[in-house]
Design a protein around this ligand. Sequence first.
Ligand SMILES: Nc1ncnc2c1ncn2[C@@H]1O[C@H](COP(=O)(O)OP(=O)(O)OP(=O)(O)O)[C@@H](O)[C@H]1O
Ligand SMILES: [Mg+2]
Length: 333
Amino acid sequence: MSVHTDDTSPPSTPAAGTPATGTPAAGTPAHAAPPAAPATAPTASVAPNRAAAIPAVEVTGVSRIFPGKKGATVTALDNVSMTVAPGEFVSLIGPSGCGKSTLMRLIADLDSPTMGSITVFGKPARQARIDQDYGIAFQQAGLLPWRTVAGNIELPLELHGAGKAARRARVAELIELVGLSDFAGHYPDQLSGGMQQRVAIARSLAESPSLLLMDEPFGALDEMTRERMQNELVRICGETGAAVVFVTHSIPEAVFLSDRVVVMSPRPGRIRDVLSVKLGDTGERGENLREDEQFFHAVSQVRELLHGTPAGGAGPGGAGGTSAGGPRGVDIR
Ligand SMILES: Nc1ncnc2c1ncn2[C@@H]1O[C@H](COP(=O)(O)OP(=O)(O)OP(=O)(O)O)[C@@H](O)[C@H]1O
Ligand SMILES: [Mg+2]
């Protein structure tokens, strides 16, 4: 391992899991209607009554084409448009390789679209990254191995010049939140994968960002911890009014957490459908929701959309988008 003399310097290009921290966006108005998208690309927009000034995220006609072998290309995303309102929780779900992580990386400005544009709180994605308008928790925890649990969680606060006492208090709160109070002084290599991931989640929340970008953040957690973290995330979102873009392979997780679920099709990644699943206000979604009839109904709807069969009409709150045929093979947990 190389020796780092400046352990608070962010990398020039943030890696997955690198903390970006929150400059609270003005208020939490909802968003403007997205530009018209071609009929073949359902646009994930929010209900009109949430319409207002500046979307948390606006993705417009985005394609990402990677160079492949022998001059071939891989179209990871094809003409994707979606809008996330401030305070809205949107999940992306779709088969492995359909471009979910690619889309998250583009929103976080860890990569650039081949075509189309992305804005975050009305700014180009690059500016939002520079301004650290969002928190990130990705598949890989991305912790700094030479910093303790507390030191990793503290990092974004340090970078933004928070005072020592304020940092200590916030770190203690976050460590408690993710259930790692006994491990504050441990180093990442002394933790399990799930514990490392909880540190990364705590770090992403450090500055109560107005936008959280989460790519399978709970994938490495055991089922009980996972449900607890889901409950906590719902609570945190209710309290902070943060918008969330959340990638998952778990349909129940997407339904439990989301205002809307964006269903993506296999490569080239496109938005196949958008389902409004909002089952109660974000902060009010309780444990009993998991046993609710509406919950099971929404889970079936998303499953049907993933498999390319009709969703049987609008779900709770109404579906946005159309169903289309498509291949199977989705990882449904
Ligand atoms: N840097 C890259 N260079 C070339 N191809 C890439 C690159 N990044 C992603 N791809 C390709 O783009 C496609 C989408 O990848 P992506 O990681 O976004 O999928 P995903 O939906 O997140 O999958 P998973 O559910 O397995 O995480 C895949 O075919 C992948 O091989
Ligand atoms: Mg991925």
